[in-house]
Design a protein around this ligand. Structure first.
Ligand code: UDP
Ligand code: MG
Length: 326
């Protein structure tokens, strides 16, 4: 609210190696701006598009740089390297000035036209309106299934409402953005952070399109890291799981010990038992390593946060200079 409050709408788009999509993306955004003027009476000079270059290795940077320096209403935040989708998005949100801020992907899977719908819904009195995916064409069955399971587990183990089947495509009011900007944890799960903030939040459904071009920038490794970040950021239940596992094995161990003593005292069968020995050793070893691993996951996050490094480094911000002077 403090700075440049004449901007009404900021659209934040993280970009990593999308050179083939950017011209089409900008075309679509331009026609959406026209539509926004018509439908919402917001003039295009009150809309800013913030492109965040997340250390792209292709020509994305130069394409976006020339767009942002020649076209009014585009700002390019160039990060010093690849920080990943969540941090790139955070950088864009941090520099945004709009009274409302939209976050969307740059691959046109989130249709820019839908921003108008999101904005309208927000006018009904909501602080956050997220876009819930009805369909996700062009995604592998594996991705759909793992996403489904993950979101349901996350919902079970968190105490506040994280909406199901939503990505980061959403609109937020300035007061939500201000709170979000004050949350500086480095392992970020933005959609969870936003849910945590509260106020009135709602979702509307949309058809998620296929990627306009290229392929997903999320490898399996990145997806797993993202899922673990989501869970560890909002729940300590996995840690408790380790204690439950410990109690259960201790209980079973007690029963088995009673059985072994009984065999020793009343029968002749005590020599045999290599199989059961190996099973017990492997099982206990597995449970112990798993528990240590769980503790390690949380500990490494404590370690990371304690360093208090900045979340990202901005190389420079490029924008249309004639517009800046105004
Ligand atoms: N992205 C990014 N940094 C990364 C990976 C992705 O800024 O390290 C951007 C990417 O350019 C796209 C958005 O994040 O605009 C979503 O990525 P993608 O489409 O690959 O994810 P998916 O839709 O497959 O989940
Ligand atoms: Mg995508």
């Amino acid at each position: 609210m403090s700075k440049n409050s004449n901007i009404q709408l900021s659209i934040v788009i993280p970009i990593y190696n999308e050179q083939g999509i950017i011209p089409e993306l900008v075309d679509r955004l331009e026609s959406v701006k026209v539509q926004i003027r018509k439908d919402l009476q917001i003039s295009p000079d009150k809309v800013e598009v913030i492109l965040v270059n997340d250390g792209s290795k292709d020509n994305s940077f130069s394409v976006m740089r020339s767009i942002s320096e020649t076209t009014a209403g585009y700002r390019l935040v160039n990060l010093s390297r690849n920080y990943g989708h969540q941090l790139a998005t955070t950088a864009g949100i941090d520099v945004s000035r709009g009274q409302a801020v939209v976050v969307m992907d740059g691959d046109l899977q989130d249709p820019p036209e839908f921003i108008i719908e999101l904005y309208r819904k927000m006018l009904e009195g909501y602080d956050v309106v997220y876009a819930r995916r009805k369909k996700r064409p062009g995604e592998s069955i594996f991705k759909l299934a793992t996403a489904k399971i993950f979101y349901r587990i996350l919902k079970k183990i968190t105490s506040f409402d994280i909406p199901l089947d939503t990505g980061d495509f959403r609109i937020m009011s300035r007061r939500v953005v201000d709170v979000l900007c004050s949350m500086r944890e480095s392992h970020r799960y933005i959609r969870g952070l936003i849910s945590w903030i509260g106020f009135q939040q709602t979702g509307i459904e949309y058809e998620r399109a296929e990627r306009f071009e290229g392929s997903t920038k999320f490898s399996i490794g990145k997806m797993i890291k993202f899922a673990v970040d989501g869970i560890t950021s909002f729940s300590a239940i996995p840690l408790r799981l380790a204690s439950y596992l410990g109690m259960a094995t201790a209980f079973l161990g007690f029963l088995y010990a009673a059985h072994a003593i009984y065999l020793k005292m009343f029968t002749q069968e005590t020599i045999q038992g290599w199989t059961s020995m190996v099973i017990i050793i492997l099982l206990l070893g597995g449970i112990q390593l798993l528990s240590i691993g769980l503790i390690g996951e949380y500990l490494s996050r404590v370690h990371e946060e304690s360093k208090k490094r900045p979340l990202y480094v901005i190389e420079d911000i490029y924008e249309n200079v004639s517009r800046k002077k105004k």
